[in-house]
Write a protein of this length. Structure first.
Length: 214
């Protein structure tokens, strides 16, 4: 037996016993050894599946083997209550995948190891899950290979339009160029160029309007 913090970290087969102090639980070490052995077996089977090798223990075809592997991993995900959830940190809302406890975290890592992916994410354009090559910076959106550069370009253009509109609003409110550049996080020369271009467009529009009235 071992003593551990109350992390609600056991699946159904681990029998946890409450101590007098509600913040602690007793858990059989043997149960965790059993789970460790099971995880190793799942990883070994996954290696065979990736190499298209039959192990002769879990069906007579590769499809049988893959189906058995999927069922075992899904069992871990179910026990760990792994699910998608919404994160509200940063400038944008993000969908992440994980569990509510330590076993959920282990199940999520097992899923990544079996599928040979470092992480799972949802594409900010199409909403489908994909495996990113690297973790997106906080506050930035991520895109799958299918949406790719086109979706990223559209997102960049939307962000640029938002920044320009904010710069115009702040200038109208009487803010200095230095202050605007600091607020929106852009170089003051760039902000000045935006505002000068806007002033030129407005002057040209006013001239055309005046010519029509004449």
């Amino acid at each position: 037996m071992r003593r551990c913090g109350s992390a609600d970290l056991t699946p159904a087969e681990v029998d946890a016993h409450s101590d007098d102090n509600d913040s602690w639980y007793w858990e059989p070490v043997a149960a965790w050894r059993k789970l460790s052995s099971e995880a190793r077996g799942i990883l070994d089977l996954a290696a065979n599946v990736h190499m298209n090798e039959l192990d002769g223990k879990h069906g007579t075809t590769l499809d049988d083997q893959r189906g058995y592997l999927a069922n075992r991993v899904n069992g871990w995900l179910s026990s760990g209550e792994v699910r998608p959830y919404l994160e509200g940190r940063g400038r944008v809302l993000r969908v992440s995948i994980g569990g509510e406890n330590m076993f959920g975290a282990l199940a999520t890592q097992l899923l990544a190891a079996v599928t040979r992916t470092r992480a799972l994410a949802l594409c900010s354009s199409c909403g489908k899950p994909y495996s990113p090559r690297r973790r997106a910076a906080r506050g930035r959106r991520g895109f799958c290979s299918r949406c790719g550069l086109k979706a990223a370009w559209r997102e960049a253009q939307r962000n640029l339009r938002t920044l320009k509109a904010e710069a115009r609003r702040l200038r109208t409110d009487g803010e200095s160029i230095d202050s605007i550049a600091k607020v929106i996080g852009r170089d003051r020369k760039q902000v000045r160029a935006w505002l000068e271009k806007l002033r030129t467009k407005r002057s040209a529009k006013a001239s055309r309007a005046g010519g029509r009235r004449e």
